[in-house]
Design a protein around this ligand. Sequence first.
Ligand code: DLZ
Length: 158
Amino acid sequence: MSGDGSPQDRPFDCHDLRVAVVAASWHERVMTGLLDGALDALRRHQVESPVVVRVPGSFELPVVASALAAQGFDAVIALGVIIRGGTPHFEYVSSAATDGLARVALDHNIAIGFGLLTCDNEQQALDRAGLEGSSEDKGYEATSAALLTAVTLKRIRR
Ligand code: DLZ
């Protein structure tokens, strides 16, 4: 939980939502924290049988999120960690993943959980990963924000 008193801190009933998680595989220790946080949020919001799909890297998140969105999921939670290196690669992968996920949300009119960490170093990522000693849990936060969005979209469509 974020612990900052935001609406995301109070779980609400999402048992009727179909939710998928797509998770990159780089920086596995951080990813374990993000994935645990996301699954914890889904459990607390009573989401049943979430589908979890792993992809190689964050660059691959949007295309798989798009395929999941096309399958009729109410929300897709995207998790990844990109750490700055010595080349412009960081910018390219970060932009492609961020822009791609935003496009999936708008093209499919679906809630996308934006659980993508873009950090200067591993410590920044660990601080946000919801692990023991972390100050933030971005996997939980991104998931509860997506669930809130999915519930809102359902209400608007009714
Ligand atoms: C190649 C690459 C690099 C250098 N760094 C990361 C990273 O920090 N985080 C991440 O999720 N993925 C990284 N990748 C892999 C790319 O996202 C992608 O999987 C490959 O370029 C293959 O398409």
